[in-house]
Write a protein that binds this ligand. Structure first.
Ligand SMILES: CC(C)(COP(=O)(O)OP(=O)(O)OC[C@H]1O[C@@H](n2cnc3c(N)ncnc32)[C@H](O)[C@@H]1O)[C@@H](O)C(=O)NCCC(=O)NCCS
Ligand SMILES: Nc1ncnc2c1ncn2[C@@H]1O[C@H](COP(=O)(O)OP(=O)(O)OP(=O)(O)O)[C@@H](O)[C@H]1O
Length: 675
């Protein structure tokens, strides 16, 4: 391990060493560190061929540099048999930690990290990843029901575990999908470097680490205090840290190479004015630093000021803030409060406080409140909007997905109302999400992912194919009657032939629509009802020509998600997927509404110009951020409308007109009552 390895890890290793008699070597480091090569040299000096265990911090808490990936190669070459363990406690935001796959950057034997720090999960959540060949070494601390099955099962049943923190991780992941981890990291990095410079300038000192190894934290050397002599120790660091704490400043102080350093951090929930404008993320690097004197950086200013004043007084006075003014020198806190009254109440940024208060007043649920606070925080909102990049993203952030009723207080009438409302929701809760977009935009690709995330999909294209291929069916009959034998191959409708006819001719396309659309709608309703009866809460209706089904769109759907892409990418993907010439592909595209027109249908938009990985991230973010639950009246409205439409379709499908009319009337009455 290194001299800066985390304190509790060191204690554990030393205890194990005492018990088993192995030797512990610490790679020494001298601060300030000027070059990351010093880290490698230091490691090189302690690694031996018979080293059995190497524990490295990805970002050591005591000296937060990002471990150079070459350190892993070095360990592998100098200590080939060692078990390599990476402690990535600060890694889930600090560094793009890749555990597997060809671009695995830290190919170690095991990685562990908490999820509650930078990742914003609940306390008690963590991640342990062990490389496959070594997984058989791994034993849960408690042997229980799952033991002996596959590896994860062995860990699942340790007894009276409380799963709530673990389950809440979904919320954290959805949050990061929205905000974008890479952008967040960059934002924090600029902010922390900015703050570190400010402090070093104010104190006339230097940084403990070179800028290029910083992630979301930095070390800044404290100025020497008046009576300070010789090497500074851990105890002195602790005393200064406590002295700052009593002045409403919470910052870790470290003693490194005989000097004291503060470790500062930046997270995205820091108030916008604390750091750079998110425009620093645009190409060309950092632009705006907040140097215009408004209350930007007030926390850092305050730290700078308190320490600067402290360093002028005697160390003794600084360490005894409670002493009355005049005795033992200055009472710093009193002086500061006179000079900067707004600093006296210390602590939290006012904007966050008021956001929490107003959310609580509105009676939002815990999740809603957390999301509200996170999303109304200016830098978080700016980053998330930048990440999702469209009005759809903003809708999600504002939590307005679905009916405005979702924003009402959850349980205004007390527990009884809450329970009644909940049971009504359990019985009737269903959301029908329309998924549409121009040809080859990626609807099927998106719906596959939504289905993998647990939302069943009704696929209109697939329904159309099934209807066309049913030789005994009405649709088959009507199409053959309309287009003749020339669309058949071996007695079956040949979609390629039919496509060639209709995609070049709007009149023929209309004929095909007339022959198919009612039956398609009917089948959509049947399949949707089947999914509803199976108890699904959200059902996706993948309907490419949603515009042609206005009743379905307006009356039944909770929201419409449109997948869009640029015309060039669309053309390329269509040609490549269907093996079409440019002319054929252009004909198909021209037979539909333009991308711009389809956008107008959208309650939410997913852009699909990027890679499949990017699409994955957008879909996951969308799915996680979607609210659960759907107000009863909307569901009744949807059901009733579905009933009405179903009746109409039923007539079309051959039921008696009286039955159809009765069903339709019932549906319409229910819809009118409920909406
Ligand atoms: C024309 C047919 C035979 C072509 O079949 P093929 O297998 O080549 O294409 P596929 O069915 O996968 O459709 C691909 C895409 O073409 C577009 N498209 C299909 N039909 C139409 C149409 N009538 N008008 C405009 N665009 C259409 C949609 O974007 C669809 O996603 C087939 O699409 C069809 O039967 N269409 C009529 C039924 C319909 O409207 N389907 C869309 C479901 S809402
Ligand atoms: N982000 C992406 N990167 C690369 N290829 C993609 C991406 N998204 C979709 N594709 C590919 O583009 C093609 C069209 O996607 P898909 O079939 O999902 O579109 P669609 O909207 O369902 O098409 P249609 O309108 O014909 O039903 C497919 O070959 C798919 O694999």
């Amino acid at each position: 391990m290194m001299s800066v390895t985390y304190g509790s890890t060191k204690k554990l290793v030393r205890k194990l060493a005492e018990e088993s008699g192995f030797q512990v070597d610490e790679a020494p480091l001298t601060f300030p560190l000027t070059d990351e090569a010093e880290i490698l040299e230091s490691l090189d000096s302690v690694l031996k061929p018979n080293t059995t265990l190497v524990i490295l911090d990805l970002i050591p808490s005591n000296a937060p540099f990002v471990l150079p990936p070459e350190a892993i190669e070095l360990c592998r070459s100098k200590a080939p048999d060692a078990f390599l363990l990476l402690d990535a406690a600060h890694g889930l935001l600090g560094w793009p930690l890749k555990l597997s796959g060809p671009r695995r950057e830290y190919p170690v034997d095991a990685v562990m990290t908490n999820c509650h720090k930078w990742f914003c999960g609940a306390k008690g959540t963590a991640l342990l990843h062990v490389s496959e060949p070594l997984q058989e070494w791994l034993e849960p601390l408690v042997i229980s029901h799952g033991y002996g099955s596959d590896l994860p099962s062995g860990f699942y049943w340790p007894g009276l575990a409380d799963w709530s923190s673990f389950l809440a991780l979904d919320e954290a992941m959805a949050f990061w999908d929205l905000v974008g981890l890479d952008a967040a990291r960059t934002y924090c990095n600029y902010m922390v470097r900015d703050a570190a410079m400010l402090l070093a300038d104010a104190w006339g000192t230097d940084l403990g680490l070179p800028e290029e190894v910083l992630s979301t934290m930095a070390l800044v050397r404290l100025p020497d205090f008046a009576a300070q002599t010789g090497e500074q120790t851990y105890e002195e660091a602790e005393a200064v840290q406590n002295a700052l704490y009593t002045r409403n400043i919470e910052v870790p102080v470290k003693a490194l190479s005989g000097k004291l350093y503060v470790r500062i951090s930046a997270h995205i929930y820091n108030h916008l004015e604390d750091g750079p404008d998110p425009s620093c993320l645009e190409e060309g690097g950092p632009t705006a630093t907040t140097d215009d004197g408004h209350d930007a950086r007030w926390k850092y200013q305050r730290l700078a000021e308190v320490v600067a004043l402290g360093s002028q007084s005697s160390t003794k006075a600084f360490l005894r803030p409670g002493s009355p003014a005049g005795q033992d020198g200055d009472d710093l806190l009193q002086r500061l409060e006179m000079e900067q009254p707004e600093w006296a109440d210390g602590g939290r940024a006012p904007a966050v406080d008021s956001a929490v208060d107003s959310a609580v007043r509105r009676g939002e649920s815990w999740h809603g409140r957390v999301r509200h606070v996170k999303m109304t925080n200016p830098p978080v909102r700016a980053l998330a909007e930048r990440n999702t990049g469209d009005a759809g993203g903003r809708e999600l952030l504002a939590g307005t997905w679905g009916s405005p009723r979702d924003r009402e207080p959850r349980h205004p009438g007390g527990t009884g109302t809450a329970v009644r409302r909940c049971s009504a929701r359990v019985v009737c809760m269903v959301r029908l999400l329309g998924l549409t977009g121009p040809i080859a935009c990626g609807k099927s690709t998106v719906s596959e992912r939504l289905a993998a995330g647990g939302w069943p999909v009704v696929d209109a294209d697939k329904i159309a194919h099934e209807l066309l291929s049913d030789r005994a069916g009405r649709v088959h009959r009507r199409v053959v009657a309309e287009f003749g034998q020339e669309v058949l191959t071996d007695g079956a409708i040949d979609r390629e032939k039919l496509g060639k006819i209709v995609f070049g001719d709007p009149r023929k396309r209309r004929k095909l629509d007339q022959a198919t659309h009612m039956a398609i709608l009917w089948a959509i309703l049947q399949k949707t009802l089947a999914f509803m009866l199976q108890g699904h809460g959200t059902i996706v209706l993948d309907v490419p020509l949603l515009l042609k089904f206005p009743l379905l769109r307006r009356l039944c759907l909770s929201a419409v998600l449109v997948v869009v892409l640029s015309p060039e990418v669309q053309l390329a993907r269509l040609m490549s997927r269907n093996g079409l010439t440019q002319e054929e592909a252009e004909k198909k595209i021209a037979s539909q509404l333009s991308v711009a027109e389809q956008r107008k249908l959208a309650d939410m938009v997913i852009e699909n110009n990027g890679t499949l990985e990017e699409l994955d991230a957008s879909v996951r973010a969308f799915q996680r951020a979607a609210p659960s639950g759907w107000p009863l009246s909307w569901t009744c409205g949807s059901l009733a409308t579905a009933g009405g439409l179903g009746a109409a379709a039923g007539v079309q499908a051959g039921l008696s007109s009286t039955t159809g009319c009765l069903l339709g009337l019932l549906g319409a009455a229910a819809a009118a009552l409920c909406r």
